[in-house]
Design a protein around this ligand. Sequence first.
Ligand code: T4K
Length: 368
Amino acid sequence: MPNILVTRSSMPGMQEYMDEIEELWESHWLTNMGTKHLKFQEDLKKYLMVDQVELMTNGHMALELTLQALNLQGEVITTPFTFASTTHAIVRNGLTPVFCDIDPVTYTMDPNKLEDLITDRTSAIMPVHVYGNLCDVDEIERIARKYELRVIYDAAHAFGETYRGKGVGSFGNASCFSFHATKVFNSIEGGAVCFHDESLGKALYELKNFGIHGPEEVCAVGANAKMNEFCAAMGICNLRHVEDEISRRQAVVQRYRMHLEGIEGLQLNQAQPEVKSNYAYFPVIFEERIFGASRSEVFERLEKNGIGARKYFYPLTNTFSCFHQRYDVNETPVALHVSKRVLTLPLYADLCLQDVDRICEIIKDCKR
Ligand code: T4K
């Protein structure tokens, strides 16, 4: 039986992609904001229901350059329950991450714990819509307004979602998406920043192209984060199919729920009111005291059966050895609790429901 991994990249039909890239053999224009780049940007603006989009090479550069473009100083309040990228983007900008604990149900930043962390050095908040679970945007933005802080959402997991009918990328000063191969929507590698303010757009456009302002002027120490034409073409194709992909993901999630809902000791991800979900991940919390088996035992049993669940997000970023114990993990006890118990189960549009049945049988078999 073939292995089942935590996810599998969505791809358009090969001919569809070949048709999309054919003209590149005529133009020989392969990168530096070509026609595919422009079209993909416009397609995304409509699909994501946002004012402005700036494409990037990946989600990480979207985060890193947004922080740079906003010219932030001092401390940025964020969450440790995320991929390395979020914290790294802060640190690589010479900013200090301050870790806020998470909500035990949505796993996103707990706004009740946010205000206590604000100091006169705080310049921004960087929450994460982790697993596609929407942060409490209303409360976060109320607090940000009160203290005049910028809000940059890490929306790497939230592609295509809406809250009260508004595109998720329209919240805060900016939202950064990832279009990595492992995401609900991919452009092979890729990312984008969504925002309202045109001057932020100008800064991002220059920063992703070395800070070049004109033929004879370089006005900022930028990077190279330009999306190439082949990635943009993949994005254009995948965008045509993303709604269908999301509904097939929904069917997989429903099947998981049918099997796992109500089992004592398991906490499943909750649907959120007024949110149109993209079904990005299927995290399960294993409470060993009640379920009888630990997360690691389940992980190993699945692995023995050729099933690659993942411990997203363990370890917490505030425990990474590269930070030399600079941060106190005990300040984020809920995040610590969750990260020690969570497993994200395989989830992708092509995952067949019989495989979901088999995965759930293995999990149920672990119960003692
Ligand atoms: N913020 C957050 C909250 C994020 O989660 C991420 C990325 C970012 C920011 C940064 O965005 P990017 O700069 O990456 O655009 C993966 C991804 O590489 C990473 O994009 C993602 N988060 C993270 C959660 O997961 P790994 O190291 O776990 O990936 P890997 O190579 O083990 O792949 C996982 C599974 O995906 C494989 O078992 C099979 C499948 N796969 C993988 C690749 C590379 C495919 O089907 N096709 C592929 O091409 O990090």
